[in-house]
Design a protein around this ligand. Structure first.
Ligand code: GLU
Length: 307
């Protein structure tokens, strides 16, 4: 069966498994490695929850503590970042960061309740109290900062293009998009940039809830490119190396933050302190190397923006 038919019907998560099952891209262990782009999710990092404490003045923490676990918003179709395999297991860099934050708050990461929130619904989910925090390729922007708080950044990506492997017509990067069909996710910074900068004609832009839907469009020749962060696109390319590739000319700076309720500065400071510790004690690097590092993005911790 053609790969594009599979993607179109059952999605990229299933594609990853199919590729693994064919033995084309399987990992040597057969069970996948942490955050693997191929096969299922492997072992996750073992965090030891901090001693139960308090985050003075944090309404969110009070809620989390009373409940006994964190409710975290994530993505589920972004290999090496926020990914859910066919067995329902989650893995990837964002998942590990979400687990680390839970442990640093003194709560068992195994007890996290995950909610899949697409790009367009993040601010509403955070502001409405549906989730305690969000970890999912969420760029810190001034516009979003009016609605939610951000700890971080914990990673910096850049907007890029995913194209069909043999198509060299967009190798120039963003200026080569004119006259081309492009697909991205509703409510994302990349689709906004395509519109704001008039990178292609409005009639050429298609948008979906998730990027994996755009990847299906690309494999089905219904769009010419998928645009979003290189970190996300590299995961899709790694899952279909014979069909897809990333152009590799990033044209924005996407600083990934942990989304938090706007007014909860005590929690923001606490999460920033935890990120800082992970940057210096090697934890960030361990998590990165086991997940996102596998799809070939640069791997040094960024500088935190404490505000
Ligand atoms: N980082 C970009 C954003 O926050 C694109 C990825 C995403 O949609 O999650 O909009």
């Amino acid at each position: 069966m053609r790969m594009r038919n599979l993607v179109a019907t059952v999605g990229v998560a299933a594609l990853a498994l199919t590729v693994g099952a064919c033995g084309k891209e399987d990992t040597p262990t057969g069970s996948g490695s942490p955050g693997s782009t191929t096969g299922g999710c492997g072992e996750l990092h073992k965090f030891t929850p901090a001693a139960a404490g308090d985050v003075a003045g944090s309404a969110t923490f009070t809620k989390i503590k009373a409940r006994g676990n964190a409710v975290v918003g994530v993505k589920a179709d972004q290999p090496n970042l926020g990914y859910k395999d066919a067995n329902g297991k989650r893995c990837g860099f964002d998942i590990e960061i979400a687990r680390m934050v839970s442990a640093q708050l003194g709560l068992d990461p195994e007890k996290i309740e995950y909610k899949e929130i697409p790009s367009a619904n993040r601010e509403t989910a955070i502001a409405g109290g549906e989730i305690d925090y969000y970890v999912g390729t969420y760029s810190i922007t001034d516009k979003r900062k009016k609605l939610v708080g951000f700890a971080g950044p914990y990673f910096v990506a850049g907007q890029d293009l995913l194209v069909r492997k043999a198509d060299t017509s967009m190798d120039g990067g963003k200026t080569a998009l004119k006259g081309k069909k492009v697909c991205s996710a509703t409510g994302s910074t990349p689709i906004q940039r395509v519109k704001d900068e008039n990178l292609t004609e409005a009639s050429n832009i298609s948008e979906f809830k998730t990027y994996s839907e755009c990847v299906s469009q690309l494999l089905d020749n219904k769009t010419d490119a998928v645009t979003t962060d290189d970190a996300i696109l590299k995961g899709y390319a790694a899952n279909a190396p014979e069909d897809l590739r990333v152009v590799g000319k990033p044209f924005s700076t996407e600083k990934y933050g942990i989304g938090l309720p706007l007014a909860d500065k005590p929690l923001r400071d606490k999460v920033n302190a935890g990120l800082e510790t992970s940057f210096t004690d090697g934890t960030w690097k361990t998590l990165y190397d086991g997940t996102l590092g596998k799809s070939g993005s640069p791997g040094t911790p960024p500088t935190l923006e404490k505000y």
